[in-house]
Design a protein around this ligand. Structure first.
Ligand code: SAH
Ligand code: SF4
Length: 354
C-alpha cells in the first residue's frame, strides 16, 4: 500500500486495480490522507478559497431518486429568489469579503437563458468571479453564460456507472450529461464535476472509474460528497455513504489531479463533525459558505440535516481566518481560479504561438 501511495504522490498516475486496492484498504488510509495533503500544499498552496453559495431556486423539473428537490417530492415548500434578490445577496457576499459567488438551483425553467444572462452580467459588474451550478443546458446556453461573464460551471457526473445512473436519474441520460461536460469545456468555462459516494449498489470499482473519469475529462474542479438519504425520496430507507470512503475518493482525486480545486463539501460536514476540516487536511482547498437568506435555506433540502456551520454571519471572514489558522492555513484574498485551468490555457497560447 505504501508503494502505491508513493507512486500516486510522485507520478500522479494509478491503474484502476491500484485505485481499487487503495479504496478498499483501511489500514493505510491516514497515510493516503497525508500524501494528498502534501500534494495539495505543493501544487495549490496553503490558501483556502471561499465561495459564497446562493441557492436561488429549489424548483426542479428532474426526479433524481437521491435528491430532496426532486419534482415528485410534494412535501417541500418551493421558492425562487427574484433577480434583484439574487444580485442583492451577491452584493452582501462581496461586503463580507467573498470573491466568488456560486449560483446553484434545481433545474428551474423559469430561469431562461436571457434571465440568467441578465443575472450573470449584474453579478459580474460587482467585480466578482461567478460559478454556475444549474444543471444540464444546451451548448448555446453555456456559450451565452460564458459571453455574459460566467467563469465556471459545476455539473457532477454523480456516478460513472451508467446503468446505476439510468436507475437513479429517471428520464435523464448519462451520455447527455457527459456531452454537457464537453460543451461546458468547449464554451471556455472552468469545468467542475464530481460524484456521490455510497449510492445504493455503487461499487468500489465504479468509484475507481469515477476518479479516472475526472482525469479523462481534464476537470478543473471536483466536488465529492457522501450520499445522505432523504426521507421524502425513493431512497429513504437506504444507508448513508461512508465518510472515510468519501475522503479516500477525494484524497485519491487530489493525488491524480494535483493542481485542480477541490471543495471540502457540506455533505462531509453533515455526516461527521469537523468533517470539512478533515477534508481540508486530506486534499481539499476550497470551502463554500452558504449565503442564501435564512428564510429560504431550510427549503433547499438536497438531503436532510445539511450542516449550517458554514452559514454566513457578519464575522464570516474573521471566523474562518481563526479556524484555519489552527491548521496552518490562510484565507485567500484571490479569485481562486483553478490553476489547472490556467496551466491548460497557457499551454494552448504557447502552442498557438508556435
Ligand atoms: N440541479 C443541479 C444542481 C443542484 S444539485 C444539478 O443537479 O447539477 C447539487 C448536487 O447535490 C448534485 O449534483 C448531487 O450530487 C448533490 N445531492 C443531491 N442529493 C443528494 C443527497 N441525497 N446526498 C448528497 N448529495 C446530494
Ligand atoms: Fe434536480 Fe439537481 Fe436534485 Fe437532480 S440533483 S433533482 S437535477 S436539484
Amino acid at each position: 500500500m505504501r508503494d502505491l501511495i508513493r507512486k500516486a504522490e510522485t507520478t500522479h498516475k494509478l491503474e484502476k486495480e491500484e485505485l481499487v486496492l487503495l479504496l478498499k484498504d483501511n489500514a493505510y488510509q491516514e497515510e493516503l490522507f497525508k500524501a494528498a495533503d502534501r500534494v495539495r500544499h505543493q501544487y495549490v498552496g496553503d490558501a483556502i478559497y471561499l465561495r459564497g453559495l446562493i441557492e436561488f431556486s429549489n424548483i426542479c423539473k428532474n426526479n433524481c431518486c437521491y435528491c430532496g428537490l426532486r419534482r415528485d417530492n410534494r412535501k417541500l415548500n418551493r421558492y425562487r429568489l427574484s433577480l434583484q434578490d439574487i444580485v442583492d445577496v451577491a452584493q452582501k457576499g462581496k461586503a463580507l469579503g467573498l470573491k466568488t459567488i456560486v449560483l446553484q438551483s434545481g433545474e428551474d425553467l423559469f430561469f431562461s437563458k436571457d434571465k440568467l444572462v441578465e443575472i450573470i452580467k449584474a453579478i459580474k459588474s460587482l467585480g466578482l468571479a461567478l460559478t454556475l451550478s444549474i444543471g444540464e443546458k444546451s451548448k448555446d446556453e453555456y456559450l451565452a453564460y460564458k459571453s455574459a461573464g460566467a467563469d465556471r460551471f459545476l455539473l457532477r457526473i454523480e456516478t460513472t456507472d451508467k446503468s446505476l445512473y439510468q436507475k437513479l436519474d429517471p428520464g435523464m441520460d448519462w451520455n447527455e450529461r457527459k456531452i454537457c461536460l464537453d460543451n461546458i469545456k468547449a464554451a471556455g468555462l472552468e469545468v467542475g464535476s464530481g460524484c456521490l459516494v455510497g449510492l445504493p449498489e455503487q461499487t468500489v470499482s465504479s468509484l475507481a472509474d469515477d476518479i479516472l473519469f475526472f482525469k479523462q475529462i481534464d476537470a478543473d474542479m471536483i466536488g465529492i460528497g457522501p450520499f445522505i438519504p432523504h426521507a421524502d425520496t425513493p431512497l429513504a430507507k437506504c444507508s448513508a455513504g461512508s465518510f472515510d470512503l468519501s475522503l479516500k475518493v477525494m484524497a485519491l482525486t487530489r493525488l491524480l489531479l494535483p493542481d485542480i480545486n477541490i471543495p471540502a463539501t457540506t455533505a462531509m460536514e453533515t455526516l461527521e463533525k469537523d468533517g470539512q476540516i478533515k477534508a481540508l487536511q486530506s486534499g481539499a482547498n476550497v470551502l463554500m459558505p452558504n449565503i442564501t437568506p435564512d428564510i429560504y435555506r431550510k427549503f433547499y433540502q438536497l438531503y436532510p440535516g445539511k450542516s449550517d456551520t458554514n452559514c454566513a454571519s457578519n464575522t464570516l471572514l474573521t471566523d474562518f481566518e481563526s479556524k484555519f489558522k489552527k491548521i496552518g492555513r490562510v484565507v485567500s484574498s484571490d479569485y481562486g481560479s483553478s490553476l489547472h485551468f490556467k496551466h491548460k490555457n497557457l499551454n494552448k497560447d504557447i502552442n498557438n504561438f508556435d
